[in-house]
Write a protein that binds this ligand. Structure first.
Ligand code: ITT
Length: 210
């Protein structure tokens, strides 16, 4: 499809966010507001979605989640697969960020585990980046998809700080602002974040031929 066709399709049919993470859904809805695209959550359509994230990379997992939601609903579906990659840990936890430390930990416990795994890593070796892959599928099995990817660079702090955001935000120091993502206002995080950057690429693509 051409960008114009994608824009018309999304504005007419809406976009289902294939995520069970309420924080992500809030961010995606916020970033996509103002473009006349109706954005739905799974609960709005009474859809239950549990997708095994078995792909080797972020794009593959985003594709699995978008395809499942698109096939179940018939609606255009967007999935975000994201995570934090730490240089000193050879890119871990990466695609396994949501399951880092085991399936029973909550966000706070995963952050504590990361700090403890990195306790001996000195300040100048704590580089890290958030990655986000966004996939949109409009028609089941059509083979036509949109994929946008972005990273936000920074480093892992030595302690937990800040009350905004979610997940690993309290230990991620954004390289540009010098602040944790958890210390930024919502609009500032969207400006800097992996998710904000990937979704702005989507918006630019949709409007490039209009
Ligand atoms: P869905 O798959 O249902 O969308 P999820 O939370 O399992 O929800 P992922 O599999 O993509 O999503 O895992 C993302 C992980 O990376 C998860 O642990 C998040 O807390 C973390 N993460 C992603 N984006 C983040 C952000 O902007 N700030 C902090 N942590 C983030």
């Amino acid at each position: 499809m051409l960008p114009r066709d994608w824009l018309n399709t999304l504005q007419n049919e809406g976009l289902l966010i294939a995520s069970n993470n309420p924080h992500k859904i809030t961010e995606i809805q916020r970033i996509l507001s103002g473009f006349s695209i109706p954005v739905f959550g799974l609960a709005d359509k009474q859809i239950e979605l549990e997708v095994a994230e078995t792909a080797a990379d972020f794009a593959g997992n985003a594709r699995l989640k978008a395809a499942a939601a698109n096939q179940l609903s018939g609606l255009p579906a967007l999935a975000d697969d994201s995570g934090i990659c730490v240089q000193a840990l050879n890119g871990r936890p990466g695609v396994h960020s949501a399951r880092y430390g085991g399936p029973d930990l909550d966000d706070r416990q995963r952050v504590e585990r990361l700090l403890s795994e990195m306790s001996a890593v000195p300040a100048k070796k704590r580089q890290a980046w958030f990655h986000c892959s966004v996939v949109i599928l409009a028609r089941p099995f059509s083979g036509s998809e949109l994929l946008f990817e972005a990273q936000a660079h920074g480093q892992i702090a030595f302690d937990v700080r800040g009350n905004n955001g979610f997940g690993y935000d309290p230990v991620f120091i954004d390289a540009k602002s010098g602040h944790r993502f958890s210390e930024l206002k919502a609009a500032q995080k969207d400006q800097r974040s992996h998710r904000g950057q990937a979704l702005r690429q989507l918006v630019e693509f949709l409007y490039e031929s209009n």
